[in-house]
Design a protein around this ligand. Structure first.
Ligand code: NAD
Length: 494
């Protein structure tokens, strides 16, 4: 058994502004809490609008020379960032784990290779970022398009997957020639602050900046700042609405990656063993306790196989979901990342049962109940993997994003009914379909309203592929294309 040591001494982390580590201008800090133990383990800067001016100035100043670099040179920088993850990956994954509870097994083996792929993929795309098309307009004239960087791109990131969203937002924007400001969540900023510190050794000053503070204060001020040219948020619908409001007077391109209530649908002709894993340990009872935007939180099962699937799912959870020390490579599921979210998840479990749901699995919470032999976790935010069966899709726990290790099981009879339930949600982020019937798979893929559909697999990542949602799950993608603006040129040579 390998267990990484946790950090016991409270360490202070800093912003990265103009290539230098910096505290907040007021000197104020905030506490960061290890969700496994509920104890303070680090301090982060609590910046104000004064720091917002400094960080925007830093990114603006660095923009002209970064944008003017040949794309192949920008690509070199990005490849070096990918390479640096070989050396720094273990440290970053340990920080991410202690900061938001995503177990070390996934934050190391799962996350770090994906981060590398993102930076290498972005490096590969740098040289095509400015390409356009040529169109003849007559014997002596022609038109063409070129793509240019936008300027300063702001990446606002959530607490549930900080390094992943940091990389998606920064890598493609930098590849296209923009400079970047990252605003991590005040609830899990350490991985981003430390990653910024590492990048300061690679990138020219000001090209990438990281600033920590409250979303309602510095997040809002950054969004509305005239020196910021594009905003990419991964977060909640509430924050997205506030960003849309703040940009009404001074519109700028927005990318909004928001929540989900994704259906994971099992038909009677599916490989039931694979499906049982796909809807439980792979679908929702993940290393970060289901706090994943694409979590398959509505498990739709054809009634003819409902009893058999429930038996298989319960066996899978009982044998494979292991709560315990987040730094232990044997632990498969961690705690809820912060106390606000813990209370929200617990309230939704209670609500689901009040709404008439039948508890199929789990439902317990609290470190003292779930890990009684490990008193250090008594104050941590632990919730058992929980399945609640509902007959209809109308209850609040079927409609609202819970964002935790809680899924509803909803039976259906026909393909048409499955589709109706799947689309009966304001969200449209992801969906899973389990069937051995290719024609059925194809019919479902075409009619499901979701930005990402997996067939006979779930939660697979392909950094080469676009990722984003429909409906209330947002719009836009963190891509090279959306990191540029298109210019049209017409030339008369006659
Ligand atoms: P959140 O909206 O509370 O916070 C996200 C970020 O926005 C934080 O950095 C926060 O400080 C900042 N923020 C808050 N108010 C702001 C304001 N007024 N102006 C500017 N910035 C502001 O979201 P969260 O609770 O951190 O994350 C969970 C949510 O994120 C869930 O809904 C989840 O589904 C979603 N999410 C989506 C994806 C995706 O790719 N679609 C991925 C991960 C998480």
């Amino acid at each position: 058994m390998i267990i990484l040591t946790i950090i016991n001494e409270v360490k202070h982390y800093q912003n990265l502004i103009a290539g230098k580590l910096a505290p907040s201008s007021s000197g104020k800090t905030m506490e960061s809490i290890d969700p496994a133990t509920g104890q303070v383990w680090a301090q982060i800067p609590l910046c104000t609008t004064e720091d917002v001016e400094t960080v925007v100035e830093s990114a603006r100043k660095a923009f002209p020379s970064w944008a003017a670099l040949p794309a192949t040179e920008r690509a070199d920088y990005l490849r070096r960032i990918g390479d640096s993850l070989t050396e720094h990956g273990q440290e970053l994954s340990a920080l991410e784990t202690q900061d938001n509870g995503w177990v070390i097994r996934e934050s190391s083996y799962g996350l770090i290779p994906v981060l590398k792929q993102i930076w290498y993929d972005a490096a590969g795309q740098a040289s095509i970022a400015s390409r356009g098309e040529t169109t003849p307009l007559g014997p002596t004239s022609f038109g063409y398009t070129i793509r240019e960087p936008l300027g300063v791109v702001l990446g606002i990131i959530p607490w549930n997957a900080p390094l992943f969203t940091f990389s998606l937002k920064a890598a493609y924007a930098l590849a296209a020639g923009n400079t970047v400001i990252i605003k991590p969540s005040e609830l899990a900023a350490i991985g981003s602050l430390r990653f910024g510190e590492m990048l300061a050794e690679i990138l020219p000053p000001g090209v990438l900046n990281v600033i920590s503070g409250l979303g309602s204060e510095i997040g809002d001020a950054l969004v509305g700042h005239k020196g910021v040219n594009r905003v990419s948020l991964t977060g909640s619908g509430r924050t997205a609405r506030s960003i849309v409001q703040s940009t009404v007077r001074d519109p700028k391109p927005l990318t909004l990656e928001l929540g989900g209530k994704s259906p994971n649908i099992v038909f009677e002709d599916a490989d039931l063993d694979k499906a049982a894993e796909g809807v439980t340990t792979n679908g929702i009872f993940t290393g970060n306790a289901g706090q994943i935007c694409v979590g398959g939180s509505r498990i739709l099962i054809q009634r003819s196989i409902l009893d058999e699937m429930l038996v298989r799912m319960k066996e899978k959870i009982a044998s494979e979901v292991q709560l315990g020390p987040t730094m232990d490579f044997m632990t498969s599921m961690g705690p809820i990342a912060n106390v606000q979210q813990y209370e929200r998840v617990c309230a939704y479990i209670d609500l689901g049962l009040e709404e008439g749901g039948k508890l199929v699995y789990g439902g317990r919470r609290g470190g003292e109940n779930l890990l009684p032999d490990q008193p250090e976790f008594a104050q941590g935010y632990w919730v058992e993997p929980t399945l609640i069966q509902m007959e209809k899709n109308t209850a609040r726990i079927c409609q609202e994003e819970i964002f935790g290790p809680v899924a509803v099981v909803i039976p259906f009879d026909t393909e048409e009914e499955a589709l109706e339930i799947a689309n009966d949600t304001s969200y449209g982020l992801a969906a899973g379909v389990w069937t051995t019937n290719l024609a059925r798979a194809q019919r479902m893929v075409q009619r499901i309203e979701a930005g990402n559909v997996w067939v006979n697999t779930y939660r697979r990542v392909g950094v080469e592929l676009p990722f984003g949602g429909f409906k209330d799950s947002g719009f836009g993608k963190d891509s090279i294309l959306e990191s540029t603006r298109e210019k049209t040129v017409m030339i008369e040579i006659g």
